[in-house]
Design a protein around this ligand. Structure first.
Ligand SMILES: [Zn+2]
Length: 254
């Protein structure tokens, strides 16, 4: 069954049990590598292991934007897939500033990686910074992106399983945005940040209003700062009843 995995649910600093927000989607019924990863601001491959997803199943990595809590784990990601024996090129998708940041972080280790023969090639796949930009399109997943409101160029995503029609909308980091409602329209799960109201971010009630606008089935809050969230959660639920806090390493069927 196509499944969304919350590989991380925290803000840059969060509760002790949460790491930076990173997503994965998998579909065990697929015949080709099926796991798409979204962001690598932490050790995304350690989280894959925690989630029981083997590295051989990685189809590609999507990087949303240039902030450290979304991209800084990229050199470690490359080291790990190389050590795990990957030979085939690794597709890395994102808008130009996100890919440039990933490339820079990787090049910071060029004196080391120069001696690492047979590292997998990086198949950079630029994504247009516009509504409904195609990020990924194969038999297992269709992914589109749209700009969101975050101070620097950033995109939210819509991830669909052509097999079941299941949909995840993902806000990424953003102030309330009509493009997120568009990406999350009729989604099974709208994964929305709730870092707190402020420049380039949203509160839980603001996320709830977007879920309502999107007519999503359920809202899952991520990018959570440290501390008790019960009041924020209750406020969100009073607007959009089917709201829950993202569960670290939780899996959600599509
Ligand atoms: Zn950010």
């Amino acid at each position: 069954m196509p499944t969304l995995h919350l590989l991380g649910t925290g803000a840059a600093i969060s509760d002790p049990h949460r790491t930076t927000t990173m997503l994965g989607v998998s579909d065990e019924a697929a015949t080709a590598p099926d796991v798409l990863l979204v962001d690598c601001g932490g050790d995304v491959l350690q989280r894959m292991r925690m989630a029981g997803l083997p590295f051989e199943r990685i189809a590609g990595l999507i990087i949303t934007h240039a902030h450290p809590d979304h991209v800084s784990g990229f050199p470690l990601f490359m080291e790990k897939i190389w050590l795990a024996g990957r030979k085939t090129p690794i597709p890395v998708c994102g808008i130009a500033p996100a890919l440039e940041q990933a490339q820079k972080t990787f090049e910071a280790f060029s004196t080391i990686t120069a001696d690492w023969d047979d590292m997998p090639a990086i198949d950079w796949r630029p994504v247009a910074f516009q509504r409904d930009a195609i990020v990924w399109d194969d038999a297992t997943w269709t992914v589109t992106a749209a700009p969101v409101e975050h101070g620097i160029p950033n995109v939210g995503l819509r991830i669909e399983s052509p097999r079941t029609g299941g949909v995840v909308g993902y806000s990424c980091d953003t102030a309330p945005s009509g493009n997120v409602a568009h990406l999350g329209r009729d989604a099974d799960w709208l994964v929305h940040e709730a870092n707190g109201a402020g420049e380039g971010h949203s509160s839980a009630p603001q996320a709830a209003r977007t879920a309502q606008q999107a007519q999503a089935e359920r809202l899952v809050l991520v990018h959570l700062p440290p501390g008790d969230k019960q009041a924020e959660l209750a406020a969100a639920q009073s607007i959009f009843d089917a709201t829950e806090l993202g569960e670290e390493l939780g899996s959600y069927p599509l």
